[in-house]
Design a binder for this molecule. Structure first.
Ligand code: CTP
Length: 409
C-alpha cells in the first residue's frame, strides 16, 4: 500500500547471523515506498555482502567514515540529516553497548551519535544469543538506550543459529516493517484503551459440530492494528479466525458468544473505546450434546431447539461506564439491503453513539469494503477502499468524536 512513501530510511546492519533477514527488510521497505540507504559495520560484512544490499536498495552501501564519495567527507552528517528514521537491524549486543557509550570510531555509531536527536528517530531491532540477551549488561544497556531516546523493537523467541532456544532472535522483516509503519502513524488515540471484538462466534451443537458464519475477522483485526498504530493500548477479543495477531495487540481467543461476553465484560471495565465488529451468532443450540449426535437409523433428522445469545454490544452500551461517557461504544451493522435505514434503527436500538454500517454479504472475507457512519449528527460514507485504509479512517473518525482524556496524574 506504499505505506512508507516519501520516507527515507537509513538501514544500519551490525554483526550477526540475522543480517540475512536485513536483505528481506530492505526489499520490504522499498516495496512500501521508502528509499533506503544501507550502512554496514565491518562485522556485518562478515555475514552478508554490500553487493546484495546495493542491488536491493539501488544505492551504494556506506561502510566507512573515510568514504571519499562525499564531497565534504562527512558521511555521518550527510546521511543522518537526510533520514526520516535510522533503523539498526540486526542490532548486536556490542552495538547497543557502543550506543550507550556514545562511541564514534566507525561510521554507523558515529552517524547515530551525530543524528539530530529531536528530528531523526533511532529504532533498534536487536539480535543475539539468548544468554547475551538475558545478560544484565545487555538489559542495562537496553534500558539506557531507551532512556536516551532510541526505540527498542524487542526480540522474537525460538530456535537460534547457535542451536539454543530462547529470546534474542531478530524480529522478522515483516514485523519490523509493521513496527516502522506504526511508528510513523499519527497518535490520535494516545492514552486510550481500545477493546475490539472480531470474527464469528461458534455455537456448539455437540463436540464436533456447531453453527457459525462467514465473518473472516479482517475488519476487526485491521481496526485493532490501526488503533494500536494510533497509540492506543489494544485488546482484541477474537472468535475462531485464521489471522495473525497485529503487533503490539493483546489477543483473547474465544469460541462462543457467551465466552466473548465474559471476555468483553472483563476488559470493558478499564477500556475507553469499545468497537464491536464481531458477527456474533444471534442464537445457539439450546442444549449442546456432550456426545456426538449420531444418526439413529430412522431416517429422521434431529430437531434442534435454539436459544437467543446475549447481545454483547447492547449490554456494554448500557453499562455505567458507557452511560457516564467513560467508554465510547461503536457498533457495526452487517445488512443485506436498506443500509441507512437499518443502521439508523440499529444505532438507536443498541444505544451507541456511533454505528458503522456495511453490506455484509459483499464484505465477508473480502479485503475491501465501504462503510456508512451513522451518529447523532447524521451519516457519512467512507467510500470503497481496502479494509486497512477504512480501519485507519474509522479510527480517526472515532478519535475525533471522543471527549478529551483527563490529564494524567
Ligand atoms: N452484536 C453483539 N452481540 C450480539 C449480536 C450483535 O455484540 N449477540 C453486535 C455486533 O458486533 C455489531 C452489532 O451488534 O456491532 C450489530 O450486529 P448485527 O448482527 O448486525 O445486528 P443484530 O443485533 O444481530 O441484528 P439483526 O441480526 O436483527 O440485524
Amino acid at each position: 500500500m506504499n505505506e512508507l512513501a516519501g520516507k527515507h530510511i537509513v538501514l544500519g546492519l551490525t554483526g550477526g547471523v540475522a543480517c540475512y533477514k536485513a536483505a528481506e527488510l530492505c526489499r520490504l521497505l522499498i516495496k512500501e515506498g521508502a528509499t533506503v540507504q544501507v550502512v554496514m559495520t565491518e562485522a556485518a560484512e562478515q555475514f552478508i555482502t554490500p553487493v546484495t544490499l546495493q542491488a536491493l536498495s539501488g544505492r551504494t552501501v556506506y561502510g566507512s567514515q573515510w568514504d571519499a564519495r562525499e564531497p565534504n567527507n562527512m558521511p555521518h552528517i550527510n546521511l543522518s540529516r537526510e533520514a526520516d528514521a535510522i533503523v539498526i537491524a540486526p542490532c548486536s549486543a556490542d552495538f547497543i553497548a557502543r550506543l550507550v557509550q556514545g562511541r564514534a570510531d566507525e561510521l554507523l555509531s558515529l552517524l547515530c551519535l551525530a543524528r539530530p536527536i529531536e528530528r531523526v528517530p533511532l529504532l533498534l531491532a536487536p539480535a543475539m544469543n539468548r544468554e547475551m540477551w538475558a545478560h544484565p549488561a545487555t538489559q542495562r544497556n537496553l534500558a539506557q538506550v531507551a532512556q536516551d531516546g532510541a526505540v527498542v523493537l524487542g526480540v522474537g523467541s525460538g530456535d537460534q543459529a547457535c542451536g539454543e532456544t530462547g529470546d534474542g532472535r531478530m524480529l522478522e522483516a515483516e514485523e519490523i516493517t509493521e513496527e516502522l509503519i506504526a511508528f510513523f502513524a499519527p497518535k490520535h488515540l494516545a492514552g486510550h484503551k481500545v477493546l475490539v471484538t472480531a470474527g464469528p462466534t461458534f455455537e456448539a451443537m455437540d463436540p464436533v459440530r456447531g453453527i457459525t458464519n462467514h465473518s473472516s475477522g479482517k475488519m476487526g483485526f485491521h481496526i485493532a492494528r490501526a488503533a494500536r498504530e494510533a497509540g492506543a493500548e489494544v485488546t482484541l477479543v477474537a472468535g475462531p479466525v485464521h489471522l495473525p495477531t497485529p503487533r503490539g495487540v493483546r489477543r483473547v481467543d474465544v469460541q462462543s458468544a457467551r465466552q466473548m461476553l465474559a471476555a468483553v465484560e472483563q476488559q470493558a471495565a478499564t477500556a475507553t473505546v469499545f468497537v464491536a465488529t464481531a458477527a456474533v451468532a444471534d442464537w445457539r443450540p439450546a442444549q449442546a450434546s456432550e456426545q456426538k449426535i449420531k444418526k439413529d437409523g430412522s431416517g429422521l433428522a434431529p430437531t434442534l431447539a435454539f436459544t437467543e445469545n446475549p447481545d454483547i454490544l447492547a449490554s456494554v452500551a448500557q453499562s455505567d461506564r458507557a452511560r457516564s461517557g467513560a467508554l465510547y461504544c461503536v457498533g457495526f451493522a452487517a445488512e443485506s439491503h436498506d443500509l441507512l435505514a437499518h443502521a439508523t434503527a440499529k444505532r438507536a436500538r443498541k444505544g451507541v453513539p456511533l454505528l458503522v454500517g456495511n453490506i455484509g454479504p459483499a464484505a465477508f472475507g473480502q479485503d475491501d469494503n465501504a462503510l456508512l457512519l451513522v451518529d447523532a449528527g447524521g451519516h457519512r460514507e467512507l467510500p470503497h477502499a481496502s479494509k486497512r485504509l477504512l480501519a485507519r479512517q474509522l479510527v480517526q473518525e472515532i478519535a475525533a468524536r471522543l471527549p478529551s482524556l483527563p490529564p494524567r496524574a
